[in-house]
Structures are given as structure tokens and as C-alpha cells.
Design a protein around this ligand. Structure first.
Ligand code: ZN
Length: 166
């Protein structure tokens, strides 16, 4: 187990697009383990490789552990195939933008495909918090953060609060 440093915004590495993972190698398994350890220690419910400076299309999430049971999910090369029509806006925190939240409107359900740690392709409709969390983490792999998903007025309000605490 090793904990990794989480990069904070506006670190330039947070704004770059990640290339796909070519194969589930021992290095990828070790990275996923470090990411889960780092996420639980933070503590958070999702973490993208990009947030610890790794250039890999990979994120981890666990949307239940703060309520009791752990249910870690490792998503390699995730992609969204379909989005539900219903939208919802939730206050989203981000381990890379600590101390502030952004009201981001997203579809409440998405059909996502990804490769798991056994190299098996998984496909599932995610709903509720899992859907929002997966979309947030997938955004990181494309260099997008919550600040890029809100209007200018909200962005400047959030940035004022963020910069005031640094
Ligand atoms: Zn985030």
C-alpha cells in the first residue's frame, strides 16, 4: 500500500487528456491499488489516475463505503455509451479542488462500458450517485474539472472562495 499525492487545481496535469491503458499489467494493478488506498485515506468516493499525475485512462470509485460497506470499482478505459434524459444538479466536491463544491448538472443515468482488473469488459447502466460520480471521474481523464462545467458566474464565485482559503 502506498498513498500518493493528490494534485490540486490549477495544476497543469489536471488539464490534460489521458491516453488509453493498453493492457492490464502488474503496474496497472499496483496503480489501481495505490489509487484506492489514496481515495479512502483522502477521504473520497472517487479518484482518477490523472489526479495523482498518472497518464492513464483509469479511475476508481466507491459510492457506498462512507455509509458502511466497501464496494470498490476500478474502471479502465471507461466510456459512456448512452445518457438518460433526466438531468440533476448536485453539489460536487473534488479532491483536487478541496474546500469548495460546484453545482453541476448531469444526466442521472449513464450506460458505461469499461475494462475491469481481470481484463474483462463490463457494461452497466449506472444511476443516482454512481452515475454522477462516474461522470465526474471520467471528466478528469479528459482534463475536465467541475469548474469547466459551470457558468462564468458560478465559476468566479467558487474561485474566489477557493483562492481565499489557500
Ligand atoms: Zn474530482
Amino acid at each position: 500500500m502506498s498513498l500518493r499525492e493528490i494534485l490540486t487545481w490549477p495544476h497543469p496535469l489536471l488539464q490534460a487528456v489521458c491516453p488509453p491503458v493498453e493492457a492490464v499489467t502488474p503496474e496497472v494493478l499496483a496503480l489501481a491499488e495505490d489509487m484506492l488506498d489514496t481515495m479512502y485515506a483522502a477521504p473520497g468516493r472517487g479518484l482518477a489516475a490523472r489526479q495523482i499525475g498518472e497518464l492513464a485512462r483509469l479511475f476508481v470509485m466507491d459510492v457506498t463505503w462512507k455509509d458502511g460497506e466497501r464496494s470498490p470499482v476500478v474502471c479502465i478505459n471507461p466510456d459512456i455509451l448512452e445518457r438518460g434524459e433526466e438531468l440533476a444538479s448536485m453539489g460536487e466536491g473534488c479532491l483536487s479542488i478541496p474546500g469548495v463544491t460546484a453545482q453541476v448538472e448531469r444526466p442521472t443515468s449513464v450506460r458505461m462500458v469499461w475494462t475491469d482488473l481481470d481484463g474483462v469488459v463490463q457494461e452497466q447502466w449506472l444511476t443516482g450517485f454512481a452515475a454522477l460520480c462516474a461522470q465526474h471521474e471520467l471528466d478528469h481523464l479528459d482534463g475536465i474539472v467541475t469548474l469547466d462545467r459551470v457558468d462564468d458566474a458560478q465559476r468566479s464565485t467558487i474561485l474566489d472562495a477557493y483562492e481565499a482559503q489557500v
